[in-house]
Write a protein that binds this ligand. Structure first.
Ligand SMILES: C[S@@+](CC[C@H](N)C(=O)[O-])C[C@H]1O[C@@H](n2cnc3c(N)ncnc32)[C@H](O)[C@@H]1O
Length: 387
C-alpha cells in the first residue's frame, strides 16, 4: 500500500452538515481534482496543496479527512493481519499520540468497541515491531486522529487533517450563546439564500452574531480558515509551511475592502455585547452594525435586501404559547415592514412555522446537529397573503 502522505494524489472526504453537500462540493471545486457529493460529506481527490486549500477555504465543511487505507476483512484475524502490514510508522512515530473513532455498521464486526480495539492493536503492534517502542493513545489531544468507517467487510481508515471542526473559525469568545448556530451551517444558509454582497443583509434575531459575521466573511471574501491557528496537518511530519504560507497569502490578496450593509439585532443586550465581542475578535467592526432591538420594531423598509433569522425553537415545556406569539409576529412584521425583501426563517420547530402565516416559496431541509430543520423562503411582496 502506498503511503498517502507522500502520494501525489490524496483521496479525501470533507464532512459537512446534512443538506449542504452540493454547496460544499461546489466550493472546493477550484482547489481539487475531482469532487463527488455524498451523504453528509463530499468525496474529493487532491494533492497536498489542495488539501490545505480545502481546510482554508471551505465555508461549510466540518472535517477534511484523507483516506489512508481500505481493506476487505473476513474476520478479526484477517483485519489484524492486513492492518499490521500498513506502514503506519512512516508517519506516526512511537511517541505520536493518536486516537481512533469508528463509524458505521457491520455484521462481521458487530461489537464496535472490540473492533476499534483490534484496529488499534494492529497499528500499535505495527509501529512497535518497527521502532521497538509503543505509541501513545491520547483521546483528548491526539496528534493523529483516525476515523474508521466500517460497512460489513469493507474497512476504510481516514485521517482527520483539520483537527477541531472547521466550523470553529476562532472568532467566538469563551462565553458561547446557548443556541448559537454552528458557523459552517450558518455560512451554508447564507449561501443558500443567494445573498449578494451589494444587497443589505439583516438578522433581526442575531444572538451571538453568527449570521452577520459569516456574511461579512463571505462579503469580503475572507477565507474562513484565516483566523485559525491550529490545523492537524500543521503538526504532521510532512507539513510544508511554504505551501501553506503561499496559500494564506493568496487568500489574503483576494480580500476586498468593499463597504457592506450588514445588520444584526437582538432583543437582549447581553447577546449584542457577545456578538460585538465576537466581531471585534477578528477586527471586522466597521463591516457589521449590531444593536439591541426588539423584533416588533424591526423595519428595514423596502431596501431590496435579505432578512435571515433563526428564531428560538423552544425545547422546554411551557414555551409553546410564547413561541406561537413570536412566530405570529414574524409573519406580521415581515408583511408590514419588509415589503420588497426576501426573508428566510431557519427553524427546528416545524409546528411553529404555520403561525408565521405566510406562503413559503421554497424550503431546504437541513440538519442542525441531530435536529431536523427547515430553511423557509418568504419573498415579501405587496399583498402577500396566507396559505
Ligand atoms: C436561536 S437564537 C439565535 C442564535 C444565533 N443564530 C447565533 O448563532 O448566536 C434566537 C435569538 O432570538 C432572540 N429573540 C427572541 N425573541 C426576540 C424578539 N422578540 N426580538 C428580538 N430578538 C429576539 C433571542 O434573544 C436569541 O438570541
Amino acid at each position: 500500500m502506498e503511503n498517502p502522505l507522500t502520494a501525489r494524489e490524496l483521496e479525501g472526504y470533507l464532512t459537512c452538515p446534512r443538506g449542504l453537500e452540493e454547496l460544499s462540493a461546489n466550493q472546493i471545486v477550484p482547489f481539487v481534482k475531482s469532487v463527488k457529493p455524498g451523504r453528509g460529506g463530499v468525496k474529493f481527490i487532491a494533492d497536498l496543496k489542495g488539501l490545505y486549500a480545502v481546510n482554508l477555504h471551505s465555508r461549510t465543511g466540518m472535517y477534511a479527512l484523507i483516506k489512508l487505507c481500505e481493506i476487505t476483512a473476513e474476520n478479526d484475524n484477517d483485519l489484524y493481519r492486513q492492518l499490521i502490514e500498513f506502514p503506519w510508522f512512516e508517519w506516526m512515530a512511537h511517541d505520536t499520540p493518536f486516537a481512533i473513532r469508528t463509524r458505521g455498521n457491520s455484521r462481521i464486526f458487530p461489537n464496535t468497541n472490540y473492533f476499534t480495539l483490534k484496529v488499534k492493536d494492529a497499528i500499535v503492534d505495527s509501529i512497535r515491531r518497527k521502532t521497538k517502542r509503543r505509541p501513545n493513545i491520547d483521546r483528548d489531544n491526539p496528534l493523529y486522529s483516525l476515523v474508521v468507517f466500517v460497512d460489513d467487510k469493507r474497512v476504510q481508515i481516514f485521517l482527520n487533517s483539520s483537527g477541531t471542526p472547521l466550523s470553529k473559525r476562532g472568532y467566538r469568545s469563551e462565553k458561547i450563546h446557548k443556541a448559537a448556530l454552528n458557523e459552517a451551517l450558518a455560512a451554508g444558509i447564507i449561501l443558500l439564500t443567494g445573498w449578494q454582497k451589494e444587497q443589505p443583509f439583516y438578522d433581526p434575531m442575531c444572538g451571538s452574531g453568527t449570521f452577520p459575521i459569516e456574511a461579512a466573511l463571505i462579503g469580503r471574501n475572507i477565507p474562513p480558515g484565516s483566523y485559525r491557528k491550529s490545523f492537524a496537518f500543521k503538526k504532521w511530519k510532512n507539513f510544508n509551511p511554504r505551501l501553506w504560507n503561499q496559500l494564506k497569502e493568496e487568500g489574503k490578496s483576494g480580500i476586498n475592502q468593499e463597504k457592506l450593509q450588514i445588520y444584526g439585532y437582538d432583543g437582549m443586550g447581553e447577546n449584542i455585547r457577545l456578538a460585538t465581542t465576537n466581531l471585534n475578535n477578528i477586527l471586522l467592526k466597521q463591516w457589521v452594525k449590531f444593536k439591541k432591538q426588539d423584533f416588533a420594531d424591526f423595519n428595514p423598509g423596502d431596501s431590496g435586501g435579505i432578512v435571515v433569522m433563526n428564531p428560538p425553537y423552544g425545547v422546554r415545556l411551557g414555551e409553546d404559547e410564547e413561541l406561537k406569539t413570536l412566530y405570529t409576529s414574524i409573519g406580521e412584521v415581515l408583511k408590514q415592514n419588509c415589503v420588497g425583501m426576501d426573508a428566510f426563517v431557519f427553524t427546528g420547530n416545524k409546528e411553529m412555522t404555520s403561525f408565521i402565516g405566510l406562503k413559503s416559496k421554497r424550503r431546504h431541509i437541513l440538519k442542525n446537529g441531530k435536529i431536523d430543520c427547515r430553511l423557509l423562503q418568504y419573498p415579501i411582496s405587496q399583498g402577500t397573503y396566507t396559505d
